[in-house]
Design a protein around this ligand. Structure first.
Ligand code: SF4
Ligand code: SF4
Length: 394
């Protein structure tokens, strides 16, 4: 097989936040200390080597890229201060930008002024688009779906979700094909026999259930760089609460649509707290808000290696998630407050802001750090498929 060398690869990855790894001489200290290092003794330094020698295809086909949780132990012990943990994070950003064809992820990651300007313009577009179709504001109550027509929100939401899903699928297929080729995995390997199907099912459960939802290796194997922190500040818990919160909100939204479609309630009307969609939505919202707020506080305080370097894109995702969550709670509270004119007036504008930001958030998901939630399970799937080689990275 011919290996194509890209002499710009190292410089390209550095544009995504990596430090100078040219001094790395593959001593193996990072491999020795990494709690997720596997038996072949090359993780994570093999990825650095790929960048040093310009092996772009190998880097982008590497499942190992997605299995580091950025605990920073390797960076603390590296004799050349190459910061391998941050290098892995930057290489993942580079991969996210490489798997999607539009160039938006690259712009958001590498253009600290243009990226946020695009974000503001997109949010403004959604707000103006919704505002242009606005209905009356009822001074006596919050008739939110008369102010911004329910159908407009649904149709715009479906269109945005379609673009998001298409972008996500293109990225996942691109990454999967690369990794599958690198790992010699073909369709018959996955589905060619009963044994293959069983192995594929088991690998899927391991990747999606045990690792992605259960966070097993993050929890058990990844030695956190905050040993003195209380449990509620542990990185794995903050990470897990953010994921569970996001998935819970998705489930609540689908349930809410289901209740509206079956005529149990009209969309946007208050329902008792114990209704499944509201109960799940409230708990998931609290979970997401806690996780995202902690991520933001950690980045401001730079409490660990993972929060030392923040790109504009990292902040964009956190800010969009936080605003969507906070405005969602404000609207929920406003719906139960007495119909004071000032509250009603404010409620309408908060709702418009919430809808515009939520649309932008959905649209941008595959182009920001959120994309690792798509690619990591794929990498974990290939790991599980390759078999349990005692201590593979997770
Ligand atoms: S990144 Fe640092 S610790 Fe790891 S192999 Fe290179 S020089 Fe050694
Ligand atoms: S898991 Fe931790 S020690 Fe291992 S490569 Fe990632 S940052 Fe380094």
């Amino acid at each position: 097989m011919t290996t194509i060398i890209d002499t710009e690869l190292l410089a390209d990855v550095q544009r995504f936040g990596a430090g100078d790894v040219s001094a790395c001489f593959s001593c193996g200290t990072c491999t020795a200390i990494c709690p997720l290092s596997d038996n072949d003794g090359t993780f994570p330094r093999r990825i650095i080597r790929y960048a040093q020698v310009g092996m772009k295809d190998e880097l982008l086909s590497s499942k190992e890229l997605w299995t580091c949780y950025h605990c920073g132990l390797c960076s603390d012990s590296c004799p050349t201060e190459a910061d391998p943990g941050e290098f892995m994070a930057a290489a993942r950003r580079y991969a996210i930008a490489s798997y999607e064809p539009t160039g938006l992820a690259k712009t958001l990651y590498t253009r600290p002024v243009v990226g946020p300007l695009i974000a503001v313009a997109v949010a403004a577009f959604f707000a103006i688009f919704m505002f242009a179709a606005r209905g009356p504001q009822d001074p006596a109550s919050l008739a939110l779906f008369e102010f911004i027509p329910e159908n407009l929100i649904h149709l715009t939401g479906i269109a945005v979700m379609g673009v998001m899903a298409l972008s996500g699928i293109i990225g996942i297929v691109t990454m999967s094909r690369r990794v599958a080729k690198h790992e010699n995995v073909s369709l018959p390997t996955l589905f060619g026999s009963r044994a293959a199907l069983t192995r594929t099912g088991s690998a899927l459960w391991s990747a999606l259930g045990v690792e992605s939802l259960g966070q097993r290796r993050y929890r058990e194997d990844c030695k956190d760089d905050q040993p003195a922190e209380p449990w509620y500040r542990r990185r794995w818990l903050i990470h897990a609460l953010s994921i569970w919160g996001f998935l819970g909100l998705l489930a609540a939204t689908i349930l809410d649509w289901g209740l509206a479609l079956t005529g149990v309630k009209a969309t946007g009307t208050p329902i008792p707290l114990w209704y499944p969609s509201r109960l799940i939505g409230t708990l998931a919202g609290l979970s997401l808000m806690y996780g995202v707020s902690m991520f933001m506080a950690n980045r401001v305080r730079k409490v660990n290696r993972a929060s030392m370097v923040s790109t504009a894109s990292d902040w964009l995702l956190l800010v969009l998630l936080w605003i969507t969550g906070a405005t969602g709670f404000l609207i929920e509270v406003a719906l139960y407050l007495p119909d004071a004119p000032a509250v009603v007036r404010l409620g309408y504008w908060v709702f418009l802001f919430h809808v515009a930001v939520a649309m932008e958030l959905m649209l941008f998901l595959p182009f920001t750090k959120f994309a690792h939630a798509m690619y990591r399970p794929v990498a974990l799937f290939f790991y599980a498929l390759a078999g349990d080689k005692s201590k593979q990275p997770a």
